[in-house]
Design a protein. Structure first.
Length: 284
């Protein structure tokens, strides 16, 4: 498990990890199914039963603190990703999405930052992002084009259908959450987890800023390792566009981003979004 990119208190013990959650939703009652400790505990419990070894084993929980087994391995973030890494990463993600029975997944709360929350956040923060990032013409052009696209696409993205069949979603594509142990990849950090769908979770991985700001993830090569239906391919592209727009709003609208990322990060994100908006629609 890595602590470099964590947003929580993490104590690395000889055989376990203690994770201390720093915040809880205001007024959330104990055991609230939507709060971070409950989401993580629930996901780890399900995976310990249906995909043992893929994620840490849940050991104990008390007062916003979870104790789990400590996994071997090094975070993929910040490394040179080979075909062997991509094979293992795809196997791990595929196993995650297939492991938990559909009837159990259907009863989970939606993951945090699902389609609706992402779209609402984009609209809420777009003006602020334009004001802060307005010195970069590419940022304004991408924001304008992205909002026009969202007006057309949001209803379809929110619609149910075979392409959006529920899966347990990790809901965090940060490559720091994928640990390479020399032969396979394990997953950590499930505090935002919940019901999601396969294309949206794949988009989460390839559009997370960690996939390109300090690591070079070949998105096409990674995605080619999944056998998607034509409908899933179309949804994947739309989900990638949505998450790329969300990241642009975050990166352009948060002045603190200059402290975490290179100065040209918002402009590079704008170019990524524009390329996705210009991409040809999958056939079929």
């Amino acid at each position: 498990m890595t602590t470099r990119w964590t947003t929580h208190g993490v104590d690395l013990l000889p055989g376990s990890v203690r994770k201390r959650f720093r915040t809880a939703p205001p007024g959330a009652p104990p055991g609230d199914p939507g709060c971070e400790p409950e989401r993580e505990w629930r996901a780890l419990t399900l995976l310990d039963r249906y995909a043992p070894g893929l994620a840490p084993r849940p050991l104990a929980r008390e007062d916003g603190t979870l104790t789990m087994s400590r996994l071997p391995g090094r975070a993929l973030r910040g490394t040179v990703l080979t075909d062997e890494h991509l094979d293992a990463l795809a196997r791990a993600v595929r196993r995650l999405h297939r492991a938990v029975p559909a009837e159990l997944v259907a009863r989970l709360p939606n993951r945090r930052w699902d389609v609706r929350q992402s779209a609402e956040t984009i609209r809420d923060r777009a003006a602020g992002a334009a004001a802060v990032g307005g010195d970069a013409p590419e940022v304004l052009r991408a924001l304008t084009a992205g909002l026009r696209w969202l007006d057309r696409a949001q209803a379809g993205l929110c619609a149910d259908g075979p392409a959006a069949a529920p899966v347990l979603g990790q809901a965090d594509g940060n490559l720091a959450n994928f640990l390479w142990d020399g032969t396979g990849v394990r997953l950590v950090d499930f505090e935002d987890s919940g019901r999601s769908d396969h294309p949206y979770e794949l988009a989460e991985v390839v559009e997370h800023v960690s996939s390109w700001v300090d690591t070079d993830l070949d998105a096409a090569a990674f995605l080619s390792r999944f056998d998607l239906s034509p409908a899933e391919d179309r949804r994947l592209l739309e989900c990638r566009r949505l998450l790329a727009l969300l990241w642009l709003v975050f990166l352009a609208g948060d002045p603190a981003t200059t402290l975490r990322d290179p100065p040209d990060t918002p402009a590079r994100q704008a170019r990524r979004l524009l390329a996705l908006l210009d991409a040809a629609e999958p056939s079929g």
